[in-house]
Write a protein of this length. Structure first.
Lengths: 186, 342
């Protein structure tokens, strides 16, 4: 043991250094956030509560193809459709069990029309499980509450663009395009 | 107050004065306990770069009152397998011992509930009496965590009260008295006005042993929450828990008070400072006394925020192999110096 070590031990140098550090930290600003008063703005593209997109004319954009339901890894999306007048497909029920969702956003990626999205809203705690069982009306009202107007458009450009628009065939390539071509995203 | 005259009006007057003093001391001590918890949470919170209680009142200033109300109305759980009477009695013992110790503490010149000549011994005796309550609580709860906590506490207090007693022997030798008021007054005979300087080894040993004696971090093994849930208070709830809690905090105040009285000159200011700045004599003694006590209580929090808990064998070897021999050396050196130079 060198003299330095002995001095260190006798005068408790390391403990005093630690105490100096804690005293210094006492006068530094707290880094914690006083949550309900001080909210943290979500980062752009944050994946929060689900919503069904409403078109300008007030109708739901969803066509009931069921791709979201098929791709969902936790199988928490239920889509029920029936045949309506003029042989069109009518979405009777569109339900998401939010408590089972893992917020992977694969449904958003899978949707060819950009009809289901994850909004930035994250404060939706409640006392019952029923409150987290989202039906079509609730999902549409989520859109109205959190993403209607300019904000939703902005988000479509940045995060919710259907991936088919990135990976589609070139226009000059002869492919089978359905009669509904152009009905989706304009 | 020392000479009791047995004419009836005198004795009544004396009694009323004593009771008033007791009420003032206990009331202030309880208020200090409440706000000691608040400042502990605040100080440790800020040392950990967070804010501590913030909800009740401005910056959480009413938190201790809310805590008190909660504890008062909380369900009083009695474990089915507990030894019921010992379980009920044991919270009272530490609180009783802690509050009784306040009786001999001189807060400022002439203000002491009982000016007895064995004040220092009385406090040391009562502080070890409190450990019985903890050991009984640990045993009567009939839970393994409580039992381990009680065992640890009794072993810890037995080892460290030797060190605490021996560390104060130096002070006793220098002042020639066990009366706390006389200890304070004897320190005024030195230019530095504090036994802290000649007795720095005694002060260091006293501080370490006081931390262990009051079961505070880094020696909080009896209630080590990471291993024993809450140690001896695991099975306690409501006011019984509050009694243990209050006893621990009054114990801290008592230990700080002894440190201030025996090493920091009590309510007095060092004569050298008083000579340099004569206007300081206007400040009442209670301000100096409480200021010094607050510093020591802050030291408790500061250490708690800095140091991790000792392992049990480290605790024992520190007490028996280091502090007690060091205290003995301190006594010998102090005696020799006293014998040859004074």
């Amino acid at each position: 043991m060198t003299i330095k070590d002995i001095v260190k031990k006798v005068f408790l140098v390391e403990i005093l250094q630690g105490m100096a550090l804690t005293l210094k930290m006492m006068f530094s600003r707290a880094i914690t956030r006083q949550y309900p008063e001080e909210k943290r703005a979500p980062f752009p593209g944050f994946r929060g509560l689900h919503a069904l997109v409403r078109n300008q004319d007030g109708t739901a954009r969803c066509v009931g193809c069921g791709l979201c339901s098929a791709v969902c890894p936790s199988k928490c999306i239920y889509v029920y459709t029936s045949e309506g007048a003029d042989h069109t497909k009518v979405v009777d029920r569109y339900e998401i069990e939010v408590l089972r969702c893992v917020y992977c956003a694969l449904c958003v990626e899978a949707c060819p029309f950009g009809a289901v999205v994850l909004t930035e809203h994250y404060e939706y705690s409640d006392y019952s499980r029923e409150a987290f069982y989202m039906n079509k009306e609730k999902l549409l009202s989520n859109w109205d509450r959190f993403m209607a107007g300019k904000k939703g458009e902005e988000y479509f450009k940045r995060f919710w663009r259907p991936l088919s628009s990135d990976f589609g065939s070139p226009e000059d390539q002869p492919v089978l395009r359905g009669k509904d071509k152009g009905r989706g995203i304009q | 107050m020392d000479i009791i005259d047995f004419s009836s009006s005198r004795i009544l007057f004396t009694l009323i004065v004593i009771l008033l003093k007791v009420a003032v001391v206990i009331g202030l001590a309880m208020l200090h306990v409440a706000y000691a918890t608040y400042f502990e949470r605040k100080v440790i919170g800020h040392m950990q770069v967070r804010m501590g209680p913030m909800r009740v009142g401005f910056h959480g200033i009413l938190q201790p009152i809310a805590d008190g109300v909660k504890l008062f109305f909380k369900e009083d759980v009695l474990p089915a397998e507990a030894d019921k009477w010992i379980f009920r009695i044991s919270p009272v013992i530490p609180l009783f011992a802690a509050i009784s110790s306040l009786a001999v503490v001189p807060f400022f010149e002439g203000f002491v509930v009982a000016n007895i000549n064995v004040g220092l011994l009385y406090i040391i005796a009562l502080s070890s009496l409190g450990a019985y309550g903890i050991a009984m609580a640990g045993w009567s709860s009939n839970s393994k965590y409580s039992f381990l906590g009680g065992l640890r506490s009794s072993a810890q207090v037995i080892s460290y009260e030797i060190a605490i007693g021996l560390s104060l022997v130096g002070v006793m030798i220098m002042s020639g008295s066990l009366n706390l008021t006389e200890i304070v007054q004897s320190q005024q005979g030195y230019w530095h006005g504090m036994f802290l300087f000649p007795q720095f080894i005694g002060y260091f040993i006293f501080l370490v042993a006081a931390f262990a004696e009051t079961n505070r971090a880094p020696f909080d093994l009896p209630e080590a929450e990471s291993e024993l849930v809450a140690g001896y208070i695991t099975e306690y709830s409501g006011m019984k828990f509050a009694f243990f809690f209050a006893a621990e905090y009054i114990g801290m105040i008592i230990m700080s008070a002894i440190a201030v009285i025996c090493f920091w000159g009590g309510w007095t200011v060092p004569p050298i400072i008083l000579r340099a700045l004569p206007f300081l004599s206007v400040v009442p003694g209670i301000v100096w006394f409480m200021g010094k006590i607050y510093f020591h209580i802050f030291l408790y929090y500061w250490i708690r925020a800095t140091l991790p808990r000792y392992r049990y064998d480290q605790l024992m070897s520190l007490g028996w192999k280091f502090l007690i021999p060091l205290a003995l050396v301190n006594i010998v050196v102090t005696s020799i110096v006293k014998f040859f130079w004074q």
